[in-house]
Design a protein around this ligand. Structure first.
Ligand code: AQP
Length: 332
């Protein structure tokens, strides 16, 4: 059986990077895999968050999942904190993972920055909770953006060590599924920085809730260069990072190759490209944004979907925990 687990932190408005890097893949898998999609609210509290904001973000992220095309009847959609087995398995895997492995995680270094001593322990052990999220469902596949690749490798290492330590072929070793084009969508203001919910500048990202006017403004202000569009953009030495980003996003939205889009706009300048790009984004984002708005107004409906997801996810996760406890001698 092919089983998928993935999730998104409810840390604010989802953006085009989350959509192209993760959600679009989630949607395409719902017909051929058994899918578990979680709102990773335990991951969200690794940094300080206001309780009222967290609750709102959980509901709006659930609305964004559905508005982007995830069908609640085909997928198990739930909040991570509502299934206790995630935290329980996480502790056990804390005892399997090695400190040296965690010390190599680049995302912790990026997120903690120069203030490592003051970062939460949760931010440091985040990849172990992520391993528990995946392994508690014995997921075979995990669709993620490029930034999560290292964490997934750690998850595989933890599963292999657990199996070796206890001499059992118990945990499945999951495979990542990383999109070809939009594995890493970059900021609209800086082509070397990942598009991110936590970037201080809202101009750096297209949110799934942005209005047409906001999209127009953000693309108008998106950083580009004064050179015309040509094949050189993807040349390693060109350093035209912002140009690469916009062309790649366009190509992904059109389901075309970068090469095809480059030949379509060959010789034109970015002001011309931006007009088409804005129209394409509006065509894509506006229906999602309208649906989020509508779904968010029906809180009872969202809560019912999450409750149903919790029950189904718990059934599977509790069974894994029972087996894990048996294997390690914790069941009396
Ligand atoms: N810029 C991106 N390009 C491609 N994929 C991306 N993802 C995130 N940003 C990009 C993918 O979205 C999924 C969910 O990510 P997340 O929200 O759980 O955590 P994150 O990667 O830390 O995302 P953000 O937006 O940067 O959140 P904040 O600012 O709160 O930390 C993952 O599959 C991720 O790869």
């Amino acid at each position: 059986m092919k089983r998928v687990l993935s999730g998104i932190q409810p840390t604010g408005n989802l953006h085009l990077g989350n959509y192209l890097g993760a959600i679009k893949n989630f949607v395409s898998m719902q017909n051929s895999y058994e899918c578990f999609y979680m709102l990773a609210d335990l991951h969200a509290i690794t940094v300080r968050v206001e309780p009222k904001d967290l609750k709102e973000n959980i509901l709006s992220t659930a609305a964004a999942f559905l508005a982007s095309g995830l069908d609640e009847k085909k997928n198990i959609i739930f909040s991570q904190s509502s299934v206790r087995a995630h935290s329980e398995l996480s502790w056990i895997l804390n005892c399997t993972a090695r400190v040296g492995w965690l010390n190599r995680m680049t995302q912790f270094k990026e997120k903690a920055g120069s203030n490592k001593e003051k970062a939460s322990v949760g931010l440091y052990t985040y990849p172990i909770l992520m391993a528990a999220d995946i392994l508690v469902y014995q997921a075979t596949h995990v669709p993620v953006g490029e930034d999560q690749k290292q964490h997934l490798e750690l998850c595989r290492d933890i599963a292999i060590k657990f199996n070796n330590d206890y001499g059992k072929d118990f945990f499945n070793i999951p495979e990542p599924i990383i999109p070809d084009i939009s594995a890493r969508v970059m900021s609209l203001r800086d082509g070397l920085k990942k598009m991110s919910k936590s970037d201080e500048s809202d101009l750096s990202r297209i949110n799934l809730t942005d209005s047409k006017e906001q999209i127009v403004q953000k693309i108008k202000k998106a950083k580009t260069d004064s050179e015309p569009i040509n094949e050189d953009i993807f040349n390693e030495k060109s350093k035209r990072f912002e140009a690469q980003n916009l062309i790649s996003i366009y190509a992904d939205l059109k389901s075309e190759s970068n090469k095809k889009i480059l030949s379509q706009f060959e010789g034109k300048n970015f002001s011309e490209f931006k007009k088409d790009f804005t129209d394409l984004l509006i065509e894509y984002i506006s229906p999602i944004s309208d649906k989020i708005d509508l779904l968010r107004k029906n809180e009872d409906h969202l809560l019912k979907i999450l409750k149903n997801g919790q029950e189904k996810a718990s059934n599977v996760a509790d069974k894994t925990m029972k087996d894990v406890k048996n294997i390690i001698g914790l069941s009396l």
